[in-house]
Ligand binder design. Structure first.
Ligand SMILES: [Zn+2]
Length: 438
């Protein structure tokens, strides 16, 4: 028997968590938060909120169906907060070890457990390696996404096999690590994959999703085109997207400007990557993450704005980000006419982000900035890429996951087009188990 019990991430974007049983206790994959729910309650102190309160506002998964069960291990697919952000709130009562790639666990340690990792046993597994937990075998297969060391998880026990492919893209030029090789993945997964949970974040877009190499070309073209002598150049992107940040750093140097990372989370992710020697950055790259050092640097940069590229937080218009605080004149750096601001990110489509972002853009525009949007490629497979992935791996059962009802339905439709019948195509709901194979 194979049971899949989703506890979050179905019918919504965020708070991903799925329990799996092969008949002898459970293992869990991912424990994420839902960022829009957290933003909606930004005045509340989440650290002080009880588990019940956090579940009630849909900020973390509702793991109540699992509380009385034996949980043998928790596995993490990658380091985005919608996959790891609830570890600190949920894992301890299970007394289960936490398995993840080194970078993912470094982020858990720094961002989620805030360096208080007592009582959580962490097992670091490199992409490409496999581990055994009792009779269960779990392979960490390398995947391309928008954060380093993302994996597909392949769970095998007896005749059962289940693949987690929540967040991935097909990328022929990812700039870090090898390109996606579906033939190789097929060989590792085998000819007879029983079931796959496949993420739907961008499956409602035709695609194909462009490669990270293309993002670098777009950035290079834009940064060269908008470069104005003596004017500020600010670029904002995801702090966790270290490959993208490396591209921006390199292009800045080619332009003869000094790249500088500014913002608390910029420093957090950069330090985690540096600790593991994951990506090579210039050894003297300035990185400012504390309020004091940020203010001191920006005061200096304000008088010599043409010397730098400010790589800063704020791509979604988050009110506490560096870019928002600059726009609000809360930091000693003033936007002037013809300063250039590049958004190397798309707006994550929820009403809070959309409002924050348009407010930020308006503030920047009225102060004279020129804005350049969407210099970005997605980290998620679109429809054609997902179809190619499904054809290559041909799981017997398709379980759409990680998406709003519309996105789950788009994947159902793609499944039907690829020949999946009612008995092989499963629309899951949080809290409702699916049992396969008697
Ligand atoms: Zn992700």
């Amino acid at each position: 028997m194979l049971e899949v019990l989703p506890l979050g991430g179905l019918g919504e974007v965020g708070r991903n968590m799925t329990a799996v049983s092969f008949g002898d206790g459970y293992v869990v994959v991912d424990m994420g938060v839902r960022l829009d729910a957290i933003q909606a309650f930004e005045d509340a102190n989440l650290a002080n909120m009880s588990l019940q309160e956090l579940v009630k506002i849909n900020a973390i998964p509702d793991d109540s169906p699992l509380r009385k069960e034996k949980v043998k291990a928790v596995f993490l697919t990658h380091g985005h907060l919608d996959h790891i952000g609830a570890v600190g709130k949920l894992i301890r009562p299970y007394r289960a070890p936490l398995y993840g790639t080194p970078f993912t666990l470094e982020l858990v340690r720094r961002l989620v457990l805030e360096e208080d990792e007592r009582r959580v046993e962490m097992v670091r597994v490199r992409p490409g390696e496999r581990v055994e937990v009792g009779d269960l075998e779990v392979e960490f297969l390398p995947a391309n996404h928008s954060i380093p060391q993302t994996v597909f998880l392949l769970l095998r026990q007896g005749e059962h096999s289940l693949l987690f492919a929540t967040d991935f893209k097909l990328d022929e030029n990812p700039l870090l690590g090898p390109p996606t090789d579906l033939g190789e993945l097929r060989r590792k997964v085998g000819e007879d994959l029983e079931a796959a949970l496949v993420g739907t974040v961008r499956v409602d877009e035709p695609g194909p999703t462009r490669s990270e190499g293309r993002a670098r070309e777009m950035l290079e073209e834009t940064m060269r085109r908008v470069e104005r002598k003596g004017k500020a150049l600010l670029v904002t992107t995801f702090s966790s997207h270290l490959v993208r940040i490396k591209s921006i750093v390199e292009i800045s140097e080619e332009l003869g400007r000094i790249p500088v990372l500014v913002g608390r989370s910029m420093k957090n992710y950069f330090s985690a990557a540096a600790e593991l020697n994951l990506i090579s950055f210039p050894p003297d790259l300035p990185v400012y993450g504390t309020p004091g050092t940020i203010k001191k640097f920006l005061k200096k940069a304000n008088g010599s704005r043409g010397d730098y590229v400010l790589i800063c937080t704020g791509h979604q218009g988050e009110p506490t980000s560096v870019l928002s605080k600059i726009a609000d004149r809360k930091l000693p750096f003033r936007i002037e006419d013809d300063d250039q601001v590049i958004f190397s990110a798309s707006v994550i489509p929820n009403p809070i982000n959309q409002n924050h972002r348009s407010l930020l853009e308006t503030k920047l525009l009225v102060q004279g900035a020129r804005i350049h949007r969407d210099v970005h490629v997605s980290g998620h497979a679109a429809r054609v890429d997902t179809a190619e992935f499904l054809r290559a791996l041909s799981p017997r059962h398709l379980l759409p996951c990680h998406g709003t009802p519309e996105k789950l339905e788009a994947m159902m439709e793609l499944g039907r087009e690829l020949g999946y019948g009612r008995e092989n195509l499963h629309l899951l709901e949080n809290g409702h188990p699916l049992r396969l194979g008697g």
